[in-house]
Design a protein around this ligand. Structure first.
Ligand code: FES
Ligand SMILES: [Fe+2]
Length: 343
Protein backbone atom coordinates (compact mmCIF):
# COMPACT_ATOMS: atom_id res chain seq x y z
CA UNK A 1 0.00 0.00 0.00
CA UNK A 2 3.00 2.32 0.57
CA UNK A 3 6.39 2.64 -1.04
CA UNK A 4 8.54 1.41 1.84
CA UNK A 5 12.05 1.72 0.46
CA UNK A 6 12.14 5.50 0.55
CA UNK A 7 13.02 8.24 3.02
CA UNK A 8 10.06 9.95 4.63
CA UNK A 9 9.91 12.84 7.07
CA UNK A 10 9.32 11.54 10.60
CA UNK A 11 9.46 14.91 12.35
CA UNK A 12 10.75 18.46 12.33
CA UNK A 13 14.24 18.27 13.84
CA UNK A 14 13.17 20.51 16.73
CA UNK A 15 10.37 18.10 17.69
CA UNK A 16 12.85 15.38 18.64
CA UNK A 17 14.24 15.87 22.14
CA UNK A 18 15.20 13.75 25.14
CA UNK A 19 11.47 13.14 25.71
CA UNK A 20 10.23 10.22 23.57
CA UNK A 21 7.81 11.16 20.78
CA UNK A 22 5.24 8.69 19.41
CA UNK A 23 4.33 8.88 15.74
CA UNK A 24 2.51 6.58 13.31
CA UNK A 25 4.46 6.22 10.06
CA UNK A 26 3.38 4.03 7.13
CA UNK A 27 0.98 2.18 9.41
CA UNK A 28 3.64 1.42 12.06
CA UNK A 29 3.98 2.88 15.53
CA UNK A 30 7.36 4.50 15.94
CA UNK A 31 9.02 6.25 18.89
CA UNK A 32 11.69 8.88 18.31
CA UNK A 33 14.17 10.39 20.76
CA UNK A 34 17.67 11.87 20.92
CA UNK A 35 20.64 9.98 22.30
CA UNK A 36 23.06 11.57 24.74
CA UNK A 37 25.20 12.88 21.86
CA UNK A 38 22.17 14.55 20.22
CA UNK A 39 21.79 12.02 17.40
CA UNK A 40 18.17 11.06 16.68
CA UNK A 41 17.02 7.44 17.04
CA UNK A 42 13.80 5.66 16.05
CA UNK A 43 12.45 2.40 17.47
CA UNK A 44 9.29 0.39 17.15
CA UNK A 45 6.89 1.86 19.71
CA UNK A 46 6.09 -1.44 21.42
CA UNK A 47 8.05 -3.02 24.23
CA UNK A 48 8.92 -6.66 23.51
CA UNK A 49 7.96 -7.58 27.09
CA UNK A 50 4.26 -6.76 27.54
CA UNK A 51 3.81 -4.37 24.63
CA UNK A 52 3.50 -1.07 26.43
CA UNK A 53 4.39 1.66 23.89
CA UNK A 54 7.99 2.63 24.59
CA UNK A 55 6.95 6.26 24.17
CA UNK A 56 5.62 5.95 27.75
CA UNK A 57 9.19 5.40 28.85
CA UNK A 58 12.21 7.55 29.69
CA UNK A 59 15.45 8.26 27.86
CA UNK A 60 18.47 7.37 30.01
CA UNK A 61 21.84 8.05 28.41
CA UNK A 62 21.63 6.58 24.90
CA UNK A 63 18.86 4.16 25.81
CA UNK A 64 15.10 4.16 26.09
CA UNK A 65 13.76 2.57 29.26
CA UNK A 66 10.27 1.11 29.20
CA UNK A 67 7.79 2.81 31.52
CA UNK A 68 6.29 -0.47 32.78
CA UNK A 69 8.90 -2.95 34.07
CA UNK A 70 12.02 -1.05 33.10
CA UNK A 71 13.52 -2.99 30.17
CA UNK A 72 16.13 -0.74 28.50
CA UNK A 73 16.74 -0.66 24.74
CA UNK A 74 19.67 0.88 22.92
CA UNK A 75 19.30 2.83 19.65
CA UNK A 76 19.77 -0.40 17.64
CA UNK A 77 16.70 -1.86 19.36
CA UNK A 78 18.61 -4.41 21.45
CA UNK A 79 17.49 -4.89 25.04
CA UNK A 80 20.49 -4.06 27.25
CA UNK A 81 18.98 -4.30 30.72
CA UNK A 82 16.20 -6.30 32.39
CA UNK A 83 15.69 -5.33 36.04
CA UNK A 84 16.01 -8.35 38.35
CA UNK A 85 17.55 -10.62 35.71
CA UNK A 86 21.14 -11.04 34.55
CA UNK A 87 20.55 -12.99 31.32
CA UNK A 88 19.10 -11.08 28.40
CA UNK A 89 17.41 -13.42 25.91
CA UNK A 90 18.55 -12.73 22.32
CA UNK A 91 14.94 -12.25 21.18
CA UNK A 92 14.57 -9.37 23.62
CA UNK A 93 14.74 -6.57 21.08
CA UNK A 94 12.56 -4.19 19.12
CA UNK A 95 12.86 -3.01 15.55
CA UNK A 96 14.97 0.08 14.90
CA UNK A 97 14.80 2.35 11.87
CA UNK A 98 17.56 4.30 10.10
CA UNK A 99 17.19 8.06 10.66
CA UNK A 100 19.07 11.04 9.26
CA UNK A 101 18.72 14.70 10.20
CA UNK A 102 18.76 16.91 7.11
CA UNK A 103 17.20 20.19 5.90
CA UNK A 104 15.66 20.74 9.37
CA UNK A 105 13.74 17.47 9.25
CA UNK A 106 14.34 13.99 10.66
CA UNK A 107 14.13 11.49 7.79
CA UNK A 108 13.23 7.88 8.44
CA UNK A 109 13.58 4.75 6.30
CA UNK A 110 10.80 2.24 7.00
CA UNK A 111 11.83 -0.36 4.39
CA UNK A 112 14.81 -2.70 4.09
CA UNK A 113 17.58 -1.01 6.17
CA UNK A 114 20.20 -2.32 3.73
CA UNK A 115 18.73 0.03 1.11
CA UNK A 116 18.74 3.12 3.35
CA UNK A 117 21.16 5.28 1.38
CA UNK A 118 21.22 8.85 2.79
CA UNK A 119 22.24 10.12 -0.68
CA UNK A 120 18.66 9.36 -1.73
CA UNK A 121 17.12 11.86 0.69
CA UNK A 122 15.29 14.43 -1.48
CA UNK A 123 17.28 17.60 -2.13
CA UNK A 124 15.34 20.40 -0.44
CA UNK A 125 18.24 22.83 -0.07
CA UNK A 126 16.07 25.97 0.08
CA UNK A 127 15.02 24.88 3.56
CA UNK A 128 18.56 25.38 4.86
CA UNK A 129 20.36 28.02 2.78
CA UNK A 130 21.52 31.57 3.69
CA UNK A 131 19.83 33.19 0.67
CA UNK A 132 16.50 31.63 1.55
CA UNK A 133 14.52 32.07 4.71
CA UNK A 134 12.33 29.20 5.84
CA UNK A 135 9.08 29.95 7.61
CA UNK A 136 8.50 26.94 9.72
CA UNK A 137 4.90 26.08 10.46
CA UNK A 138 4.10 23.22 12.80
CA UNK A 139 3.30 19.71 11.58
CA UNK A 140 -0.39 19.30 10.82
CA UNK A 141 -2.02 15.87 11.26
CA UNK A 142 -4.66 15.39 8.56
CA UNK A 143 -7.36 12.78 8.18
CA UNK A 144 -6.76 12.07 4.53
CA UNK A 145 -4.80 9.77 2.24
CA UNK A 146 -1.41 11.46 1.73
CA UNK A 147 -1.86 11.18 -2.04
CA UNK A 148 -4.74 13.65 -1.96
CA UNK A 149 -2.18 16.33 -1.07
CA UNK A 150 -0.10 15.84 -4.22
CA UNK A 151 -3.36 15.77 -6.21
CA UNK A 152 -4.25 19.12 -4.68
CA UNK A 153 -0.85 20.72 -5.19
CA UNK A 154 -0.53 19.52 -8.79
CA UNK A 155 -3.90 20.88 -9.89
CA UNK A 156 -3.82 24.67 -9.62
CA UNK A 157 -7.36 25.06 -10.93
CA UNK A 158 -8.51 24.79 -7.32
CA UNK A 159 -6.85 28.13 -6.52
CA UNK A 160 -9.68 30.06 -8.14
CA UNK A 161 -12.26 28.37 -5.91
CA UNK A 162 -10.60 27.34 -2.66
CA UNK A 163 -8.22 30.31 -2.42
CA UNK A 164 -10.23 33.02 -4.20
CA UNK A 165 -9.43 35.70 -1.59
CA UNK A 166 -5.76 34.89 -1.01
CA UNK A 167 -3.61 33.46 -3.79
CA UNK A 168 -6.33 32.72 -6.38
CA UNK A 169 -7.35 34.92 -9.28
CA UNK A 170 -5.20 36.62 -11.87
CA UNK A 171 -6.02 34.26 -14.73
CA UNK A 172 -3.92 31.31 -13.49
CA UNK A 173 -6.59 28.77 -14.30
CA UNK A 174 -7.09 30.06 -17.85
CA UNK A 175 -3.53 29.17 -18.80
CA UNK A 176 -3.04 25.60 -19.91
CA UNK A 177 -0.12 24.13 -17.97
CA UNK A 178 2.88 22.42 -19.48
CA UNK A 179 3.12 18.92 -17.99
CA UNK A 180 6.43 17.07 -18.28
CA UNK A 181 7.56 13.73 -16.87
CA UNK A 182 10.92 12.07 -16.49
CA UNK A 183 12.04 8.99 -14.58
CA UNK A 184 11.55 10.43 -11.16
CA UNK A 185 9.58 13.67 -11.50
CA UNK A 186 6.30 15.12 -12.72
CA UNK A 187 6.60 18.82 -13.50
CA UNK A 188 3.76 21.27 -14.13
CA UNK A 189 4.55 24.82 -15.27
CA UNK A 190 2.38 27.85 -15.88
CA UNK A 191 3.32 31.42 -16.78
CA UNK A 192 0.64 34.10 -16.49
CA UNK A 193 1.89 37.26 -18.15
CA UNK A 194 0.67 40.82 -17.71
CA UNK A 195 -2.21 40.12 -15.32
CA UNK A 196 -3.21 41.61 -11.96
CA UNK A 197 -1.20 39.86 -9.22
CA UNK A 198 -3.20 38.01 -6.55
CA UNK A 199 -3.94 39.98 -3.34
CA UNK A 200 -1.19 38.40 -1.25
CA UNK A 201 1.61 38.91 -3.78
CA UNK A 202 0.43 42.45 -4.39
CA UNK A 203 0.86 43.22 -0.71
CA UNK A 204 4.11 41.31 -0.20
CA UNK A 205 5.84 42.76 -3.26
CA UNK A 206 4.26 46.22 -3.38
CA UNK A 207 2.88 45.69 -6.89
CA UNK A 208 0.70 48.58 -8.05
CA UNK A 209 -0.02 47.33 -11.57
CA UNK A 210 -0.11 44.12 -13.57
CA UNK A 211 2.65 41.55 -13.09
CA UNK A 212 4.17 38.45 -14.70
CA UNK A 213 3.49 35.45 -12.52
CA UNK A 214 4.74 31.89 -12.45
CA UNK A 215 3.50 28.73 -10.76
CA UNK A 216 5.57 25.56 -11.16
CA UNK A 217 5.17 22.32 -9.25
CA UNK A 218 7.50 19.35 -9.09
CA UNK A 219 6.38 16.04 -7.66
CA UNK A 220 8.92 13.38 -6.73
CA UNK A 221 7.61 10.03 -5.59
CA UNK A 222 6.54 8.86 -3.20
CA UNK A 223 5.48 12.02 -1.38
CA UNK A 224 7.47 15.20 -2.08
CA UNK A 225 5.93 18.19 -3.86
CA UNK A 226 7.66 21.53 -4.29
CA UNK A 227 5.83 24.61 -5.55
CA UNK A 228 7.87 27.40 -7.10
CA UNK A 229 5.78 30.55 -7.27
CA UNK A 230 6.07 34.27 -7.52
CA UNK A 231 5.71 37.36 -9.64
CA UNK A 232 7.81 40.13 -11.14
CA UNK A 233 7.15 43.37 -13.04
CA UNK A 234 5.66 42.97 -16.50
CA UNK A 235 8.32 42.18 -19.08
CA UNK A 236 10.65 40.36 -16.66
CA UNK A 237 8.72 37.08 -16.55
CA UNK A 238 8.24 34.30 -19.07
CA UNK A 239 10.52 31.38 -19.84
CA UNK A 240 13.31 33.73 -21.04
CA UNK A 241 12.69 36.52 -18.52
CA UNK A 242 15.29 38.01 -16.19
CA UNK A 243 13.57 37.71 -12.81
CA UNK A 244 16.44 39.21 -10.83
CA UNK A 245 16.38 42.40 -12.93
CA UNK A 246 12.81 43.21 -11.94
CA UNK A 247 12.34 46.07 -9.46
CA UNK A 248 9.62 44.15 -7.62
CA UNK A 249 9.99 40.44 -7.04
CA UNK A 250 8.13 37.97 -4.87
CA UNK A 251 9.73 34.54 -5.08
CA UNK A 252 8.88 31.60 -2.91
CA UNK A 253 9.18 27.88 -2.66
CA UNK A 254 6.53 25.87 -0.81
CA UNK A 255 7.78 22.48 0.32
CA UNK A 256 5.09 19.90 0.88
CA UNK A 257 5.88 16.65 2.70
CA UNK A 258 2.84 14.58 3.69
CA UNK A 259 4.16 11.43 5.39
CA UNK A 260 1.52 8.68 5.50
CA UNK A 261 0.44 7.69 9.01
CA UNK A 262 -2.23 5.21 7.91
CA UNK A 263 -4.05 4.65 4.61
CA UNK A 264 -6.42 7.51 5.40
CA UNK A 265 -4.31 9.83 7.54
CA UNK A 266 -1.00 11.61 7.27
CA UNK A 267 1.31 13.98 9.09
CA UNK A 268 1.73 17.00 6.91
CA UNK A 269 5.08 18.79 7.11
CA UNK A 270 5.31 21.92 5.01
CA UNK A 271 7.32 25.09 4.92
CA UNK A 272 7.79 28.22 2.85
CA UNK A 273 11.22 29.40 1.78
CA UNK A 274 11.54 32.88 0.35
CA UNK A 275 14.30 34.76 -1.42
CA UNK A 276 13.18 38.29 -0.53
CA UNK A 277 12.47 40.53 2.50
CA UNK A 278 14.26 38.28 4.98
CA UNK A 279 14.19 40.91 7.73
CA UNK A 280 10.64 42.14 7.29
CA UNK A 281 8.46 41.00 10.23
CA UNK A 282 5.30 41.69 8.22
CA UNK A 283 6.50 39.30 5.50
CA UNK A 284 7.47 36.81 8.24
CA UNK A 285 3.90 36.96 9.47
CA UNK A 286 2.64 36.52 5.94
CA UNK A 287 4.57 33.27 5.48
CA UNK A 288 4.40 32.01 9.04
CA UNK A 289 0.67 32.71 9.53
CA UNK A 290 -1.21 34.03 6.49
CA UNK A 291 0.09 31.30 4.16
CA UNK A 292 -0.73 28.69 6.79
CA UNK A 293 -4.30 30.00 6.71
CA UNK A 294 -4.23 29.55 2.92
CA UNK A 295 -3.19 25.91 3.44
CA UNK A 296 -5.98 25.53 6.03
CA UNK A 297 -8.43 26.31 3.24
CA UNK A 298 -7.16 23.10 1.60
CA UNK A 299 -7.24 21.02 4.80
CA UNK A 300 -11.01 21.43 5.13
CA UNK A 301 -11.46 20.26 1.55
CA UNK A 302 -9.04 17.31 1.82
CA UNK A 303 -10.60 15.89 4.98
CA UNK A 304 -14.15 16.29 3.63
CA UNK A 305 -13.04 14.63 0.38
CA UNK A 306 -11.55 11.69 2.33
CA UNK A 307 -14.74 11.28 4.36
CA UNK A 308 -16.79 11.16 1.19
CA UNK A 309 -14.36 8.68 -0.43
CA UNK A 310 -14.36 6.42 2.62
CA UNK A 311 -18.16 6.38 2.63
CA UNK A 312 -18.36 5.30 -1.03
CA UNK A 313 -14.94 3.93 -2.05
CA UNK A 314 -16.22 2.52 -5.33
CA UNK A 315 -18.08 5.59 -6.55
CA UNK A 316 -16.68 6.54 -9.98
CA UNK A 317 -14.64 9.72 -10.51
CA UNK A 318 -14.61 11.77 -13.71
CA UNK A 319 -11.17 12.77 -15.01
CA UNK A 320 -10.23 16.02 -16.78
CA UNK A 321 -7.16 17.32 -18.61
CA UNK A 322 -6.14 19.07 -15.40
CA UNK A 323 -5.88 15.70 -13.64
CA UNK A 324 -3.11 14.60 -15.95
CA UNK A 325 -0.25 15.54 -13.62
CA UNK A 326 -1.78 13.85 -10.58
CA UNK A 327 -2.60 10.80 -12.67
CA UNK A 328 1.05 10.57 -13.74
CA UNK A 329 2.22 11.11 -10.17
CA UNK A 330 0.02 8.34 -8.82
CA UNK A 331 1.13 6.01 -11.56
CA UNK A 332 4.75 6.65 -10.59
CA UNK A 333 3.98 5.74 -6.96
CA UNK A 334 2.00 2.64 -7.99
CA UNK A 335 4.90 1.44 -10.12
CA UNK A 336 7.32 1.74 -7.24
CA UNK A 337 4.95 -0.25 -5.02
CA UNK A 338 4.61 -2.93 -7.70
CA UNK A 339 8.39 -3.10 -8.12
CA UNK A 340 8.86 -3.55 -4.37
CA UNK A 341 6.25 -6.31 -4.33
CA UNK A 342 7.88 -8.07 -7.26
CA UNK A 343 11.33 -8.10 -5.67
S1 FES B 1 6.09 -3.88 29.10
FE1 FES B 1 8.02 -3.01 28.88
S2 FES B 1 9.18 -3.78 30.47
FE2 FES B 1 7.27 -4.76 30.70
FE1 LIG C 1 -4.48 24.82 -2.22
Amino acid sequence: MFVRNAWYVAAWAHEITRAPLARAILGEDVVLYRRDDGVAAALEDRCCHRHLPLSFGTVVGDNLRCGYHGFSFDASGACVDIPGQKQIPPQARVKSFPVVERWKWIWIFMGDPALADPAKIPDLWWADHPEWKLSRPAMVPLNCDYRLIADNVLDATHLAFVHATSIGGGGLTEVEPLVEVDDNCVRVSRWVLNQPPPPMYKKAGGFDANADRWAFVEFKPPFVSVNFAGCVDVGFGGPDGDLKASKRRVELVAISLPTPATATSCNYFFGFARAFAHDDPEVDRMFGEVMVDVFREDFVILEAQQKSMTARPDAPQVGTVNDRASFLARRMVDRLIEAERAS
